[in-house]
Design a protein around this ligand. Structure first.
Ligand SMILES: [Zn+2]
Length: 447
């Protein structure tokens, strides 16, 4: 599949190029932002305009849209990095960043950026061994809005459900243990939107109560609706990761922000009108109706699980290189069996990265039991696109484009999908409770 066909939609192309960006910043190099490249120079003049610290990449979750922001953290202090932030496109949370620019309060308009790997541990895919991570959920309110919209017990129950969700999603590889602290009334107004000041105030309140937050890998600040327009804000990875939950503390909101904390981006959908793939496609930011990193409440996509090391090529993921008939076991169930087919979809000529189709079978099991009344998903296979080595999220495809709904994205029994450019064809032959059978033909032999 060529990426060129997405070029007719500027929006899709822009996002896709960001997704598949081949440009990378060499660690330690000095790069000008929005101007000519400056010479490599280790002699940073840390004048009053210069600052250095840990880079944090944050995702602002608004209803229907999202924004990625970059933040420099110096201890408890944080600064938004604004201006031309293209230099950060391949950076990750935890890198050491040096910036020069003009500061206005908590914002720095950057003119120069330098990036290094940090001594702070990078986010690594989890290993086969059980990984335990600790989470602190802080319940916070404001001096002029000292309400408690839910109880500590309710918050703890939501947290435990989220922990169950990640245990099931990771097939037992991730164990979250958590504590709930609060309620704390902060000396700040609900009329302000300042998540960094909120975090600082929360830490001060916790410390005053003798709580040591340094032992936690995930910090979550939950508070009644304040002036911020986003419903969630979270770092992409980080040790610790940080998340802010504005208003309702729902299971899907908490798991979504924790997904960001584990390093996941959004699970999108690709809307191409009356066809599965074609010109003029649009990326729907939260378009994946099944995945909690989209608009759903279910298991994260195979693209996301592969990134986290919860599913692996050669084990639960089969890279398909030859035609054949394959059986997919239920996606959610722990145990033996092939869970995902990964089929080459073509290379992005501009970045040289491979795109792949990821195919999975999702019956209504576990946290996906909401699918029990769905007449399409449990009776077919789900097909998404992902780009290898990228952290751009996944793209759900609509295998029933004749309907307007995104709740019936599966390729149903007896139907075929053919990639219009490569001729690759997937056909669902049979679906039983224990698995889905499909044939793959027209493998182009690339990769
Ligand atoms: Zn998000």
């Amino acid at each position: 599949m060529a990426f060129g066909r997405w070029a007719s939609s500027r929006r899709a192309r822009g996002a896709l190029l960001a997704l598949a960006l081949g440009v990378s910043l060499q660690p330690g190099h000095f790069m000008a932002v929005g101007g000519d490249r400056a010479p490599v120079d280790d002699q940073w003049d840390l004048s009053e305009e210069g600052r250095e610290g840990i880079l944090e990449i944050l995702m602002e979750d608004h209803p229907g849209w999202a924004r990625r922001s970059y933040v420099l953290r110096q201890g408890a202090q944080r600064f938004w990095l604004r201006g031309d932030t293209a230099a950060f496109s391949s950076a990750h949370t935890g890198m050491w960043v040096r910036v020069r620019g003009v500061r206005h309060g908590a914002q720095i308009s950057v003119t120069h950026v330098g990036l290094d790997e940090s001594s702070e541990a990078q986010d690594r895919p989890t290993t086969k061994a059980l990984v335990k991570r600790r989470l602190a959920l802080l319940l916070l309110n404001f001096f002029d809005r000292a309400v408690r919209p839910y109880s500590v017990e309710t918050a703890y129950a939501v947290l435990m459900t989220a922990a169950d969700f990640f245990r099931e999603n990771s097939y037992g590889r991730l164990s979250l243990e958590g504590n709930v602290f609060g309620w704390f009334t902060l000396p700040m107004s609900a009329a302000a939107c300042d998540p960094f000041r909120l975090a600082e105030a929360a830490h001060a309140a916790a410390a005053a109560s003798g709580i040591d937050l340094s032992a936690y890998e995930h910090l979550v600040y939950a508070f009644p609706k304040n002036a911020c327009a986003w419903w969630g804000l979270g770092t992409l990875g980080g040790t610790p990761s940080s998340a802010w939950i504005n208003g309702t503390l729902a299971f899907d909101v908490l798991t979504h922000e924790l997904g960001h904390g584990l390093g996941l981006l959004h699970s999108h959908a690709l809307e191409c009108g009356w066809v599965v793939l074609g010109g003029g496609c649009q990326i729907l930011e939260y378009g994946d109706t099944l995945d909690v990193m989209g608009m759903g409440a279910g298991h994260v996509s195979a693209v996301q699980k592969e990134q986290l090391g919860w599913l692996r090529e050669g084990e639960e993921i089969l890279r398909v290189t030859e035609e054949g008939t394959f059986r997919l076991a239920p996606y959610q169930a722990k145990g033996e069996g092939l869970k995902v087919l990964k089929i080459p979809a073509g290379a992005n000529p501009e970045a040289g990265r491979m795109a792949w189709y990821y195919v999975e079978y999702r019956p209504p099991l576990g946290f996906d039991r909401f699918l029990v009344r769905n007449l399409n998903v449990p009776r077919g296979v789900i097909i998404r696109l992902g780009v290898s080595g990228d952290r751009g999220g996944s793209f759900l495809l609509d295998m029933t484009p004749e309907t307007a709904s995104w709740f019936d994205p599966a390729l149903p029994i007896g139907r075929s999908f053919t990639d219009p450019q490569t001729g690759l064809t997937l056909t669902v032959c049979e679906v039983t409770e224990s698995g889905a059978f499909l044939t793959v033909t027209g493998i182009s032999g690339q990769q």
